[in-house]
Design a protein around this ligand. Sequence first.
Ligand code: SAH
Length: 369
Amino acid sequence: MLAPVNTNKVNLLGFDKKGLEAFFVELGEKPFRATQILKWLYQEDVTDFEQMTNLSKSLRQYLQEHCCITPPEISVAQQASDGTRKWALQMSCGNRVETVFIPEENRGTLCVSSQVGCALACTFCSTAQQGFNRNLSTAEIIGQLYVAQRELGKSRRITNVVMMGMGEPLLNFDNVVAAMRLMMDDFAYGLSKRRVTISTSGVVPAMYRLTQECDVSLAVSLHAVNDELRNILVPINQKYPLKELLAACRDNVEHSPRKCITFEYVMLAGINDSVAEAKALLRLLKDIPSKMNLIPFNPFPNSLYQCSSPEAIDRFRAVLHNAGMVTTVRKTRGEDIDAACGQLVGKVNDKSRRAEKLKLASSSNVPRI
Ligand code: SAH
């Protein structure tokens, strides 16, 4: 049973610190009420305004009447044999998004979604097949940490966040940035900026804006070494080709204190995994301090590609490694519950009717690659 959503009340999960300060000032309260509320919400896990004892009685009463703390509802919870956990969260209008927790020895990473579905038609990603429905609100994004941390209990902490779930985070800029600010705020989750990573397919203007406005780690989904192939794999490349993408990466490196970008490269058999392409990758990135994260392709129903063989991945990795590039191969986690990269589908009322269009395209044998 879903709890009724009280649409008349203001959901306090929707504000970062600045937003909360403005909210309280508007009420005639002091701005420091914002940090008090943040602590109750994110550090003390208190949801009953009456228990927020450092607030005045009249403010507690006001909050009780006009505000709420409403995280997304869990509709399905799953745990993989390797300990990876996945929650399908019910959003409004029957949509679902997925959030994945990946436990490792020294850290616990939460993979967070930014949109219901995705508008970018990357041909190797199952979220793309679902089409796009809408942006998630700040409350729905930070709500994923809120719900997951609650489910994990005190024994396991979320130490890292990657915006690598469903959606393109830079196409939902304001809500994603507000949520990432809460992740890094000492009065909320207090994660260091090295532990909060945004991954983008290359929305170039938003990359420049991000560099100016929010200091987090940047990962860029590269996947190809020339425009011809990238136009197919990551179609937003038709709008922002490699030259422009790499200029935005250089700008980020120049202006960010970490001075390094992680590139993601999905390994597709016979498509982008040759030694020649590894060498071309080195040439392409020679003037950008880079780390490379090779992602073995995770298949999904009706996917067009196959994963490169372990030998091909290793050959590719060795070329980069021997040239001095820090290169990791992403370990596939949570495969038995479809929680791996690119397998998140949720349940989307597809506004772009992408699934229908794809069905038509495949039935008329239109070559897609
Ligand atoms: N839209 C953002 C974040 C989404 S996904 C982006 O494009 O970066 C996070 C990573 O998983 C991206 O690098 C994406 O390209 C990759 N990915 C998507 N589908 C995949 C699949 N089936 N197998 C492996 N990696 C995949």
